[in-house]
Design a binder for this molecule. Structure first.
Ligand code: AMP
Ligand code: MG
Length: 415
């Protein structure tokens, strides 16, 4: 008997940019907390810190040498009497008279009436506390003016800044010990699949190690979130529902499910999430890797939980975390976000792209010309972790991009 083909209508593929916009819609901004500078690296500034002091607090020498009055050396060289010493932490606190100078060291206060430093390489010490200056400098040379770095009450950094080690050093120098930063988003991670066993165990027949969360947790941490790894959940609706409840009860703002996002019999994220009253915004995106994908929201007592339902293939999980979870983490903290796309030069030809945006694993190296050389790996299956591990970037291709030749410009983003 002839079988009649059943036509399955599937929702159209959604553009990555649109999916990203939907996933970030109506996100709340988290509250703030004060933390020690020592714990503030990569945190996001919640208020503008003002300088509590002026730096340098006094005109300071930038070199080891002699602090003198330039007018005493109008001919360019000359001999001066050395009347004292100014070292860092031990200044010379009398004004200097004409014809005299002070031995001075880097960071030391420049005595009053001195306006120039002659560096020690250009000076010859003589007997009887005298020195011969072999080459005079322009007035003001090698003197760091008071307040040359920052002034009392100066605005040091803008809110939304993701604090770098340089920022932290500035805050410390300006008299701060603590800084007000946004709370870290709590990101729950649920690994789904009957085939999964925990890291550190030996898989039985038909089993594999649940590796995705290990990489995803590391990315969440680096992005400034606090990961809450809820472990492995079997392909079993009650277990998945209870994991979502754990995420809600913990007060997570975001939950990532890894796996179970397709439309197969064992893909339970969608039915369970909807069964709990969750609202799903999209289901398939025009992206490779990562077509099965969900964005959803679920109200709980502790606030709204946003869902990113990511595909279980290991590389897809990581790429989707980078493209979708990281901007959400930034938005929850009110931080400026850039996906860091750059232009490079393709090292080998590529065929035309299809209807999905492509994020291929590639190796990017710096060229002496100042450009980046971008070499995609031949194998791109989204299960291949050894290729992902060997790559340092994702090559980015728009939908239906024409075939490219070696030497063509190509966009990429470092992992
Ligand atoms: P799924 O999205 O659940 O259909 O899974 C797609 C593929 O990814 C399957 O081969 C799974 O075995 C694999 N997979 C799913 N979850 C994980 C995980 N946590 N770690 C490693 N592989 C996984
Ligand atoms: Mg599965």
């Amino acid at each position: 008997m002839a079988c009649r083909a059943v036509k399955v209508t599937r929702p159209p593929l959604m553009a990555v940019s649109e999916a990203r916009a939907i996933s970030q819609r109506d996100l709340p901004k988290l509250g703030s907390e004060w933390v020690l500078l020592a714990h503030a690296n990569n945190r996001v500034l919640a208020s503008v810190p003002l300088a509590k002091l002026t730096q340098p607090p006094f005109p300071a020498s930038a070199m080891d040498g002699y602090a003198l009055r330039a007018e005493d050396l109008s001919s360019g060289t000359g001999e001066l009497e050395v009347v004292g010493e100014s070292a860092a932490g031990h200044g010379y606190h009398q004004p200097i008279a004409s014809g005299t100078c002070v031995r001075i060291f880097t960071g030391a206060p420049v005595p009053q009436h001195a306006d120039t430093i002659a560096i020690q390489e250009n000076a010859t010490p003589l007997a009887n506390r005298r020195v011969k200056i072999d080459k005079a400098e322009q007035p003001g040379r090698y003197i760091r003016p008071a307040g040359g770095d920052f002034q009392l009450n100066q605005e040091l950094l803008a809110t939304g800044t993701r604090l770098t080690p340089q920022n932290l050093a500035l805050l410390a120098a300006a008299g701060h010990q603590h800084v007000e930063v946004r709370q870290r988003p709590l990101v729950a991670i649920i690994s789904t699949g009957d085939e999964l066993v925990p890291v550190g165990t030996v898989p039985d027949k038909d089993q594999i190690i649940s590796s995705n969360a290990t990489g995803v947790v590391a990315r969440i941490e680096a992005a400034g979130g606090t990961p809450l790894d809820l472990g492995i959940v079997a392909d079993e609706p009650v277990a998945l529902e209870s994991a979502f409840e754990q995420a809600l009860n913990a007060g997570a703002q975001l939950v990532l499910t890894l796996g179970g996002a397709s439309a197969g019999d064992h893909d339970l994220v969608r039915p369970v999430f909807e069964g709990m009253g969750g609202q799903l915004d999209l289901y398939r995106i025009a992206m490779r890797p990562g077509k099965p994908f969900m964005v959803g929201r679920l109200a709980g007592d502790a606030g709204e939980l946003r869902l990113l339902g990511l595909p279980g293939n290991p590389v897809s999980s990581l790429v989707c975390t980078k493209l979708f979870a990281e901007p959400i983490i930034s938005a929850l903290m009110g931080a400026t976000y850039s996906d860091g796309k750059m232009w490079g030069t393709l090292a080998q030809p590529l065929g035309a792209n299809d209807e999905r945006e492509d994020y291929s694993r590639c190796l990017v190296t710096a060229l002496p010309s100042g450009s980046w050389s971008v070499t995609p790996f031949a194998k791109q299956d989204s299960s291949l972790l050894h290729i992902a591990a060997a790559s340092n970037a994702l090559l980015c291709r728009p939908v239906h991009q024409r075939a490219l030749s070696e030497g063509d410009a190509i966009q990429f983003m470092f992992w």
